[in-house]
Design a protein around this ligand. Sequence first.
Ligand code: AMP
Ligand code: GLY
Length: 425
Amino acid sequence: MNILVLGSGGREHALAWKLAQSPKCQQLFIAPGNAGTQLVGTNLALDPMDFKAIGALCKEENIAMVVVGPEAPLVAGLVDYFQSETALSHIQMIGPDKAAAQLEGSKRVAKEFMQKHHIPTALYQSFKKDELAQGQAFLEKMQPPYVLKADGLAAGKGVLILESLQEAKDELAAMLQGKFGAASDEVVIEEFLSGREFSVFALTDGKNYQILPVAKDYKRIGEGDTGLNTGGMGAVSPVAFADEKLMQKVEERIVKPTISGIAQAGNYYRGFVFFGLIEVKGEPYVIEYNVRLGDPETEVVLPRVKNDWVQLLKAAAQETLGGEPLEIDENFACTVMAVSEGYPESYEKGKVISGLTQIPQLQDVISFHAGTKAQNKEVVTAGGRVIAFTGLGPTKEKALQHSYKALQTICFEGITYRTDIGHDA
Ligand code: AMP
Ligand code: GLY
C-alpha cells in the first residue's frame, strides 16, 4: 500500500523509517518531511494544515493510509475532512477525529473525561473569561506551587507553575485576558503533583489497544533538568521506576478506562493515545493526554517494537488490533537530541552539518532527523531541534554510549546537547 506520513520532526522520521521496513509498504511519502525522511521515502512540500492539498495528493498518489504525526491537523479536523469527502473516505486515517482530538485540544475536556471515568489525575477547576474572581478565590484555597493551564493548544507553552499566590492571581488575569490568545480564554487550575514523569503510548483501534514500550523524556534545556522547557532533549526506554507493578496500575486504572471512555464516546479514534503520566509515591496519575506519539519518545519506542508496523497500523484502522500482540526488543534505547544554540528561544538556521556520512558505519545507532534540510549537496540545520541519535544496547549505559559516540561524530556551528540524558529522576 502507499502511505503518507504528515509532519517533519524526529517522530515522523522514526515513523517513516519504521514503515519503510515493511514489505507491505509500497510507496512512502512524507509531507513536508526533512533531510532524513527523504532517505526512506519521498518528501512533498505540503503543509499538513492544508487539508485540500493533502487530499488532492492522496488521490493523485493513490494513498491508502495517512499517518498523522503532530496534533494540530487532528485538532483542526483533518480526519473529519477525509471522512466527509467521498473520494477520500476509504483512506485509513491513523489519528482521531476532531471531537476525539479534544482530549489534547482542550485541557478542560480532558479533565472532565478523566473525572467521568474515574481516572486518577490532579484535582482541578476550570474558569472562563468572565470568571476571574472565582478563579482567584479558588487559588486562595490551593497550596503553592500553583499550576495554571491554558485550555487550548499553546505550542507547549501554555502551562505555568508559580510559587507565589499573587503571581498566580496576576497570571490568571493575564491568561484570561489573552496571554495565549484564544487558547487561554479558559484556564484550568490544578493541584501540583510532585513525582517522576513518564510517557506511555497506546495504539488503539477505538476498542482494543496495545501498549507500546514505556519511555521517559528529558524536557528541560539544561543539565540536571534545569532551565527552560523544550520539546524534549532526549529520551530513554524502558524506564527503571516504571516497573511491572506500576505499569499494571497504569493499564488497569488509566489505559483501560481511557480506551473504554473513548469507545463509549463513539467518535473515530484509530491511532495513538499518549498518556503523560506522573508517579507519586508508587501511584500513577495523568498529567495530560495527547492524541499522537511523543517526540523524542518515538525515537526510542519504535526501535524497540519488532512488529511489522504497516500491519500493526492496518489492524488499528480495521479494528483487529486485539489479534496483534507486540513483540518487544529487550534492548535499551536512548536518544539524545542535538539542538541549535539558543533553542528553545531564538536560534540561527542554515548551519552545515558535517560528519553525517560516517554515522552508518557506527554500531547500534540510528539517526533521526528533526530540523534539517537538504541544500545543494549538504544537510543544513532548519530548526531548534536538529537531529536525534538513538543508541541501542543491552544496558542503558551501553545504549547511551552509542548515542554520544554519534554526537561526537557530527558537527555544526552552535551544536548543543545534554550530556546527562538517562540519569535517574
Ligand atoms: P503539559 O503541557 O500539561 O504537559 O504540562 C507541561 C509540564 O508541566 C508537564 O510535563 C509537567 O512537568 C508540568 N505539570 C503539568 N501539570 C502538572 C501538575 N499538576 N503537577 C506538577 N507538574 C505539572
Ligand atoms: N515529548 C513530549 C511531547 O511530545 O509532547
